[in-house]
Design a protein around this ligand. Structure first.
Ligand code: FES
Ligand code: FES
Length: 182
């Protein structure tokens, strides 16, 4: 039996030591807000906090968690920073399909807790491991800036997707169209 501290609650789970924390959270405890994307620490969808530090739960054996506090997307709003990040995400209308956004919010909250006024370069480094196939990167950065500065930007002034994402999407659609005609 392994005892975990998750979102301030003690949870006992009867699972193998090497089961990834993500599996335990989703399939054993039922906290499905944390998502599975790649399973190899490459996309960030599974990001949770361990003692406030952003980690990839898909590659973290549950036995390695020990007594560290696990915070998931279901619990991040209990902290002042987490609550501000969630509000900024709503204000800036960041979310598109939503699949990556739990991980994005967890990485952003960890960044802002450690570095309350990050530079754009620090934002880019901290968020570089979180992939968004919908290309919401511009709005994510703006939401982080809002938390850092308290200054709000009207969401309608922001693009829906990053310029390079639009180009990439265009290329894919163009390829599909040509292939379809051929
Ligand atoms: S599912 Fe963990 S990093 Fe992609
Ligand atoms: S909002 Fe769709 S993958 Fe990020």
């Amino acid at each position: 039996m392994i005892v975990l501290n998750i979102n301030g609650e003690s949870r006992s789970v009867d699972v193998p030591d090497d089961m990834p924390l993500l599996w335990v959270l989703r399939d054993v405890i039922g906290l499905t807000g944390t998502k599975f994307g790649c399973g190899i620490a490459q996309c960030g969808a599974c990001t949770v906090h361990l003692d406030g530090v952003a980690v990839r739960s898909c590659v973290l054996p549950v036995a390695a968690v020990g007594t560290k506090a696990v915070t998931t997307i279901e619990g991040v709003g209990a902290s002042a920073v987490g609550k501000k990040v969630q509000q900024a995400w709503l204000d800036i209308e960041v979310v598109q399909c939503g699949y990556c956004q739990s991980g994005q919010i967890m990485s952003a909250a960890a960044l802002l807790a450690a570095t309350p006024e990050p530079s754009d370069a620090e934002i880019d480094v901290a968020m570089s491991g979180n992939i968004c196939r919908c290309g919401t990167y511009v709005r994510i950065r703006e939401a982080i800036r809002q938390v850092a500065t308290g200054q709000k930007v009207a969401p309608q002034t922001l693009p829906n997707e990053a310029p390079n994402q639009a180009a990439a999407t265009g290329q894919v659609l163009s390829f599909v169209r040509v292939e379809g005609v051929a």
